[in-house]
Design a protein around this ligand. Structure first.
Ligand code: NAP
Length: 267
């Protein structure tokens, strides 16, 4: 019997790429979208799910279990970006981001765990971000939401090991997807104290995503992890320098690392 995989945010970018790759490898794949009816030519079946809407999460997970009888792998991939000077981002937008990037994935895990516990097996892969390993300027809320999900991954992993469930995360570097189009970005306010620097950083960030790696690399990494009996706690996938930045953060003195980041972002 083929393994049953559910991927939140299967309509675009990384999630779509993982879904198509695993389906080609013979897995039974379900993706999700907030509006499956609007997604054209999806190669994988999409069920309706909004990670900010608990009812839709339980309904979607229930649908998959009713159709396939089990869930072997959850890929908690749905997520959105947020940029802006922290002083200028409306607090409601910060909360919105945490609803999608932090509380949403937790609720999805809560919805699949009873099934995985009863199967005495299951694998959850949370898609975080290399940005979650450091507070990036003008992306502080995004960094925080992804960093927070990494910590929950570490904790839940220990809590659920007794049930035969494995939990891990993959932190991607920059990948060429639609993330820049879907994210909230605080407007560059004319006359604001942050106008020039934030404006330049925003332009630079968009270039990074556009010239990012091919999401197929994420799909290949997920495939390897699914076929690893004891996955590691954290994985990082992306360009060498992006992965290396995490090692530098761990090894360099804080202020040297801060200087390096500030030079990189021309601050
Ligand atoms: P993307 O192309 O914009 O895809 C985002 C996906 O998330 C879409 O399928 C979207 O589906 C879904 N989504 C958004 N809000 C949702 C919500 N409230 N409920 C359910 N689904 C929702 O972006 P991507 O780059 O593939 O991002 C995938 C994941 O990778 C995200 O968690 C992102 O933070 C992470 N990541 C991306 C990069 C990068 O450089 N691309 C780097 C680090 C981490 P619908 O719009 O159809 O609902």
């Amino acid at each position: 019997m083929s393994k049953v995989v559910i991927i939140t945010g299967g309509s675009s970018g990384i999630g779509k790429s993982i879904g198509e790759f695993l389906q080609d490898k013979g897995y039974t794949v379900y993706g999700t979208s907030r509006n499956p009816e609007k997604v054209q030519n999806s190669k994988i079946p999409l069920v309706a799910l909004d990670v900010r809407d608990s009812e839709s999460i339980y309904k979607a997970i229930g649908e998959v279990i009713a159709k396939s009888g089990r869930i072997d792998v959850l890929i908690n991939n749905a997520g959105v970006g947020i940029t802006g000077p922290i002083e200028e981002i409306p607090t409601d937008e910060m909360r919105n981001n945490f609803e999608t990037n932090f509380f949403g994935p937790i609720e999805v895990m809560k919805a699949v765990l009873p099934q995985m516990r009863s199967q005495k097996s299951g694998l959850i892969i949370n898609i975080t971000s290399i940005a979650g390993y450091m507070g990036l300027p003008y992306r502080g809320i995004y960094s925080a939401s992804k960093g927070a999900l990494e910590l929950v991954t570490e904790a839940l992993r220990m809590e659920t090991k007794q049930f035969g469930i494995e939990i891990t995360n993959i932190a991607p570097g920059d990948f060429a997807t639609n993330i820049a189009a879907g994210r909230y970005h605080a407007p560059v306010i004319k006359g604001s104290a942050y106008e020039k620097v934030y404006g330049n950083t925003l332009a630079e960030m968009n270039t990074h995503v556009d010239s990012g790696s091919n999401p197929i690399e994420m799909a290949q990494a997920v495939y390897v992890i699914i076929n690893t009996p004891k996955p590691k706690i954290h994985y990082k996938v992306g360009a060498f320098m992006q992965k290396f930045s995490v090692i530098l953060k761990r090894t360099l003195p804080d202020k040297v690392y801060e200087k390096m980041l500030m030079n990189h972002y021309k601050l």
